[in-house]
Design a protein around this ligand. Structure first.
Ligand code: 3HC
Length: 667
């Protein structure tokens, strides 16, 4: 199959791209475009050219799989130049998503028409890049500096309607008449002639640049690409000569392209998509129908889980044992939705629509007709087994029974039923309506279609779902334990909570181990006996320092929950240390990395050795979407490779930590 074909419609040549699945600008597409446009320009009978795409979408960008490989075919810039400087008008006919290099190709056409459902954007920043095909220079000329700066630095696409308002497209076509409408537009354009974007002046106000930086300072912490995008938009304003701006853009693009941040972000693009694939399971495995969901537990987790389904239009029956707890849970769901509506995220009507899908209940019997039931009760094996035993007797055959356990053995839970093939774990991360990660825990007896359905439902409710095997803490929490335990040990040896947390936040994590403990609550799992003190955590709990909820933990908190170093907590740590006869010593930041991050990498290798994760990149997806590992570092496994297996093994052995065989083999 040829990826670019042409056909003549009277005096118009249609250049048609057909490179499934997303019409990426692979080398053979660039070659086809060059050939197609040269054909149109050379033929005196052709007066105008239309560029259109077959399939789902207009060109969705450069072919990311080609990045970092030896170049093939004509380079992108030369194809764009050929188009922009063409002597006959070229019209882009846009449907689906015109993204990145795709939109840049459209910018080098002289006119653009789009169907109303189309979306247009430059998402390169999400890959740690900038639109390196002239996007940062041509967008300000078409839509102005403000809109261009927003589009380039945030990477969100805009609707066709907005594109029309801003001048990015010249006309809207009818939804199912794009081919004909574009040709008609091209005929009209013959009299007007070509209108190259490069000939337009840059308009707008540069004040937007500082505004964007201020508004996004938290979100962009540690990232290079958003700032590089903005520098290029500034260069567009500073250079009336577009070629000077294009040269600057090229230099900035190459810096990002050859850097580790973009390599990590591009890797994550594919890792995320790969995570959806279940090894050994045919792609066409028939899924079970999930039309009605049951959630047991209306606490923070149960409520958050419920919100995901309501937002996706799936009715939920939520069950609690006590009426006041049920009422509280339902009220909290409504409050959360209303807070979002107040922020303008959706209308009050939508709040009522979602709440209308919710059925509160005090009886498990009301779950009988559910297709999927998710248990989110207290994290205790006996309690969970009891719930699953009851569900087995109540819920219709063929339904999927899932536990939201964060650590417990899913096989043991499944064994409490007579249908272990229908049981698995669906581990959401708190807050469950916000965090993107879903660990789908495959039990020993989980049926393939049950697993595939849980993965698909995860996607439907907007999660990134990853398959995990049964082991204590699955992928994420199992690795987390390898960070938390040495972090506590380092306190005993002389580090402070703030030193350890700072190493982690400087690394790019949203919070460090002790800030995270304070958020979760230090009293979780505490035996509640203030006289029994065997750990620093128990000493803090005994002093009423339970974390953010009591206004004090490893840190002191104000009413807005801003934490500051706590002299009292430090004194408790000192006291515990001296009672433990531990000598205080200077701990370097490097040692903190070696003892809290390297063991996580090591654990990742053990997880793979034991087959508890399908692939290394799944582990990275878990850490990026579940724990806020900085995406520009590509997850612990990717980062471990960058650090070097040899360096990690040497450090782990120096600290007396047992090294995974597969990690050792790589060193
Ligand atoms: N290059 C190579 N492969 C791509 C690709 C690209 N630009 N975009 C998507 N794919 C692949 C995916 O990996 C996936 O492959 P798989 O089926 O083997 O897993 C397949 O196409 C389908 O992709 P999705 O699963 O993401 O399909 P959706 O329908 O959900 O989404 C999309 C479609 C909105 C186009 C989405 O794929 C997307 O956002 N793609 C990336 C767009 C992008 O970032 N463009 C800019 C690229 S960089 C660039 O253009 C540089 C230039 O400025 C010089």
């Amino acid at each position: 199959m040829q990826s670019v074909t042409t056909h003549v419609e009277g005096d118009v040549l249609v250049v048609l791209v057909n490179n499934p699945p997303v019409n990426a600008l692979s080398w053979h597409v660039r070659q086809g475009l060059k050939d197609g446009f040269e054909q149109g320009l050379a033929d005196p009978a052709i007066k105008a050219i239309v560029l259109r795409c077959a399939g789902q979408t207009f060109i969705a960008g450069a072919d990311i799989t080609e990045f970092g490989k030896p170049p093939q075919g004509p380079d992108f810039a030369s194809v764009l130049k050929l188009m922009e400087t063409a002597s006959k008008p070229i019209v882009a006919a846009i449907h689906g998503t015109a993204l990145g290099g795709g939109l840049e190709t459209a910018l080098c056409c002289h006119y653009r028409v789009a169907v109303p459902s189309a979306k247009l954007g430059v998402p390169e920043v999400k890959l740690g890049l900038l639109p390196g095909g002239g996007g940062t220079q041509r967008l300000p000329r078409l839509v102005g500096i403000e809109q261009a700066a927003v589009m380039c630095s945030l990477g969100e696409p805009i609707s066709a309607k907005k594109a029309l308002e801003t001048g990015l497209v010249d006309a809207l076509a009818s939804e199912d008449g794009l081919a004909a409408d574009a040709i008609a537009f091209a005929r009209d354009a013959i009299a007007k002639g070509p209108r190259p974007t490069r000939s337009l002046p840059v308009k707008g106000d540069l004040a937007i640049i500082e505004k964007l930086k201020a508004e996004n300072s938290r979100k962009w912490r540690g990232f290079d690409a958003p700032y590089a995008n903005l520098r290029c938009v500034e260069a567009a304003a500073a250079n009336a000569d577009i070629d000077a701006g294009l040269k600057f853009e090229r230099e900035e693009f190459m810096k990002l392209m050859t850097g580790s941040q973009s390599a990590a972000q591009r890797y994550m693009f594919f890792a995320e998509r790969q995570a959806a694939k279940i090894d050994g399971l045919p792609k066409d495995t028939a899924l079970r129908d999930v039309k009605k969901v049951g959630v047991i537990g209306a606490g923070t987790m149960g409520g958050g889980i419920t919100m995901n389904f309501l937002a996706a239009g799936i009715p939920v029956t939520i069950v609690e044992m006590q009426k006041d707890a049920l009422d509280r849970g339902v009220a909290l769901i409504r409050k959360n939705y209303e807070a979002s509506a107040a922020k303008g995220r959706f209308t009050q009507e939508r709040v009522e629509q979602m709440m209308g899908l919710l059925t509160p209940s005090l009886s498990l019997d009301d779950l009988a007709q559910c297709d999927l039931v998710i248990e989110a009760v207290y994290e205790n094996m006996d309690v969970k087994k009891d719930v699953f035993g009851k569900l087995d007797k109540i819920v219709k055959q063929g339904a999927i029974l899932a536990s939201n356990t964060s650590y417990l053995n899913v096989d043991e839970i499944a064994a409490a039923t007579a249908r272990p093939q229908d049981v698995l774990g669906m581990h959401f991360f708190s807050p469950a309506n916000v965090m993107k990660l879903l660990e789908v825990v495959r039990g020993e007896k989980t049926a393939p279609d049950v697993l595939a359905t849980a993965m698909a439902i995860g996607k439907k409710i907007g999660k990134v779902a990853v398959v995990a095997g049964v082991c204590h803490g699955f992928i994420g929490n199992r690795m987390l334990a390898q960070r938390q335990a040495p972090a506590s040990q380092l306190l005993l040896e002389g580090a402070t909570p703030q030193q350890i947390d700072k190493v982690h936040t400087d690394f790019g994590m949203p919070m460090g181990p002790f800030q995270m403990s304070d958020l979760a609550g230090l009293d979780i799992g505490w035996h509640r006996d203030p006289n029994r003190i065997e750990t620093i955590r128990e000493a803090l709990c005994a002093a009423g320092r339970w974390g953010q909820k009591t206004g004090k933990g490893f840190y002191d908190y104000d009413e807005k929950r801003n934490g500051t170093p706590s002299p009292e907590a430090l004194a408790i740590i000192e006291d515990f240390r001296s009672k433990s006869n531990m000598a205080k010593r200077e701990i370097t930041d490097q040692e903190i990395i070696e003892r809290t991050l390297y063991p996580m990498v090591n654990e990742g290798y053990l997880i793979l050795e034991e087959g508890k994760a399908q692939r290394a990149s799944d582990i990275d997806v878990v850490w990026i979407y579940g724990y806020g590992w900085p995406v520009y570092r590509g997850g612990p496994m990717f980062w471990g490779d960058l650090e070097g297996a040899g360096k990690i093994v040497e450090a782990l052995e120096r600290h007396g930590i047992k090294v995974a065989d597969s990690l050792k083999a790589k060193a």
